[in-house]
Write a protein that binds this ligand. Sequence first.
Ligand SMILES: Cc1cc2nc3c(=O)[nH]c(=O)nc-3n(C[C@H](O)[C@H](O)[C@H](O)COP(=O)(O)OP(=O)(O)OC[C@H]3O[C@@H](n4cnc5c(N)ncnc54)[C@H](O)[C@@H]3O)c2cc1C
Length: 378
Amino acid sequence: MDLEFSEEQEMFRASVRELFEKRFGRDYVRECDAERRPPREAFEALAGLGCLGLNIPTEYGGSGASAVDVAILLEELGRGFLDLAFWVFRNVSHGGHALGAHGTRTQKEELLPLVASGEISVCFALTEPESGSDAAALTTRAAEVGDRYRINGQKVFCSGFRVSDYVMVAARTSEEKHGGITAVLVPTDAPGLTASPIDTLGHWPLGTTLLSFEDVEVPRDNAVGAPGEGWRVVTDMLQYERLCLSAARAGAAQAALADALAYAGERQQFGRSIGTFQAVSHKLADMQVMADVSRMLVYRFAYRLDRGRATPRDAATLKLYVSEAYKAIADMGLQVFGGYGYTMDFDIQRHFRESRLGVIGAGTSEIQRNIIAKTMGL
Ligand SMILES: Cc1cc2nc3c(=O)[nH]c(=O)nc-3n(C[C@H](O)[C@H](O)[C@H](O)COP(=O)(O)OP(=O)(O)OC[C@H]3O[C@@H](n4cnc5c(N)ncnc54)[C@H](O)[C@@H]3O)c2cc1C
């Protein structure tokens, strides 16, 4: 499969890239990161370009674009600012995709136009203190009380909560492990819902939180998908999420490589640029190959998703390879920078920190290998 894009897609890519080059450069990214502040100005600018409703049907205020278009957007955002890409990813995945595919007509009419305009954002709470990789073992309970759900329990690592208006909560509505889960939309300001920030190695601009639900009540109409169908909603969303996160990380990996390449050309030791030492140039060559393969996997997956042919194995392959490649590229890139790579003066340290999350969040690399191995007839 060749990576050829239409003229329209190339123009769209150029417009997103230009936004970074002209309005939100490296200083902006460094500032948001150091101050641990959400990139609201850039998010609003993307709303102005119509990016937030990219995959939302036109009847609900979006552009009805393809998964390939979404991958282009997130690749460029990841190249410029990974945490901004992670905010936008929540709009297109938890908002546009999940509500579009599983929401009721009322939910779509009321919420999708607001997601498209950037007026609301949606985050996702699946993981709990006692259920991480074994996500379906969750115990947060949504009890039926008349026409409402009363939710009690704890969720951990809910990211982007502070920029979100709704959190999509995977909650237990009956005892059956997978068949007893329901996805429920909860306003982030609901009485009884409290969020405590968790200090982490990275992901600072959006942040991650521990959520406590104490008798939080929402209408049962807030269920996304039928009661007991939540696991289907979650797995479908995770598949789409794997495209979004991987496209963003493929873009970030290219940015890390570009920085290391430029530094290798400039830094002089032993009277020559360090890039002329074979030990350094081979590192850069390996990084280039990983960046290329990452891109190919992203667009192969998006292409298959658009045709309804993407399998869980494809999604696991994509997530596993691209996140491991970004981690390796960031690590090798930091080595090219020598001691300066370890300082906070260069962006490579941010890639080093951010890439570490890729092999853990949204299903660890071990779990992706389990998914792939299961399909191999062992
Ligand atoms: C910064 C950050 C942001 C996050 N954002 C979100 C979010 O927005 N929403 C959300 O719901 N979750 C989020 N997560 C949670 C994330 O998805 C989980 O951390 C992840 O799925 C792993 O779960 P765990 O941390 O409980 O690890 P555990 O499941 O306890 O795993 C610990 C180790 O054991 C290994 N392991 C476990 N089971 C197996 C097995 N069967 N085979 C082989 N190895 C195994 C794992 O691979 C890992 O190495 C986030 C996490 C972080 C760190």
